[in-house]
Design a protein. Structure first.
Length: 312
């Protein structure tokens, strides 16, 4: 016990070079102490919006930790009080991840069900500090959520134009109007609509089937000559107008939770890769961050793969 306290005092007197590294050492130190005593971790310093991971070790093994054990942390700070639940991470290890959205003093109290005599009553505190402006410019996510005065963090209508390897991609998000989930692909051969319940193809010949709409602005004589020439060169004979066959495939709701879960569980059992893996999810999140940052900065952004950062 005396040796443990001396080591704890030694750590508390040293400059914190890596907050997470010191946190991990102290967690291991406390967990290894007497199982009958409730301990408090020394305060540490982290930045706002910076993940702080707490690691706990149970004194016993569990047959099925997913259903047998619930672990949480009651987190309290300036204008904030929430319960954050943790997860099992193999063997007897459990983790809880927290962060501070505002600067100031923060405290946490760990809870556990069913009670574990070796870890009951564990609590701690830490101090959160702001990033400086240079650090925020280096990583805009360090600014946290940008909110309007009425509490919203995004406008009612958000439109984005992406350039994906020379292919323009237009994305529209409306929070004030209910719209169907639809991805539309447009090309010289027609339109392909991928909806929530169906896939539709609307073929097109790729040529004008009527005189130009803008001919209505021509002087009457010029307009009449243009329309006459167009019909002479392009209009099909009467009774032989082309018919375009539209194709539609209807199916189950592609956004249903059950097929997604089944695909995931089958991948876990077979160890085969899923179609939409973590890499795809990361790329999708990057595109979302680009849209948000472009909106708030009022600038065009591009993704630099070499440095894995957004640049103007």
């Amino acid at each position: 016990m005396l040796a443990a306290r001396k080591l704890q005092q030694f750590l508390s007197r040293r400059t914190v070079c890596c907050a997470f590294g010191v946190i991990t050492i102290r967690c291991l130190l406390i967990v290894g102490m007497s199982a009958a005593t409730a301990w408090s971790l020394p305060p540490s310093v982290v930045h706002v919006w910076e993940k702080k991971e707490l690691t706990f070790t149970s004194t016993r093994s569990w047959n099925n930790p997913y259903v047998e054990v619930t672990i949480w942390v009651d987190l309290a700070g300036p204008g904030f009080q929430k319960r954050v639940f943790g997860f099992w991470d193999g063997e007897r290890t459990f983790r809880v991840r927290i962060l501070a959205p505002t600067a100031g003093e923060w405290k946490w109290q760990r809870g556990w069900n069913p009670p574990d005599p070796g870890l009951s009553g564990l609590h701690g505190e830490f101090r959160a500090i702001d990033w400086n402006e240079e650090e925020k410019r280096a990583n805009p996510l360090r600014r946290g959520f940008v909110c309007w005065k009425d509490g919203r963090d995004m406008p009612d209508l958000h439109t984005v134009l992406f350039d994906y390897h020379g292919i323009p991609v237009y994305v529209r998000l409306g929070l004030g109007t209910e719209t169907p989930e639809l991805a539309r692909f447009m090309g010289p051969k027609g339109i392909l609509d991928a909806g929530e319940y169906d896939l539709k193809y609307f073929p097109q010949a790729g040529v004008d089937i009527d005189p130009s709409y803008y001919a209505s602005s021509f002087p009457s004589r010029m307009r009449e000559e243009y329309v006459k020439q167009w019909h002479a060169e392009h209009a099909p004979p009467l009774g032989k107008e082309p018919i375009h066959e539209e194709v539609a495939y209807h199916g189950h709701d592609w956004d249903d939770m059950r097929p997604h879960l089944n695909t995931f569980f089958q991948a876990v059992k077979s160890r085969k890769a899923v179609a939409e893996d973590a890499v795809l999810g990361n790329h999708a999140a990057i595109a979302c961050h680009m849209a948000n940052e472009s909106y708030f900065r009022r600038k065009s952004l591009y993704w630099d793969e070499a440095s894995r950062a957004l640049k103007t």
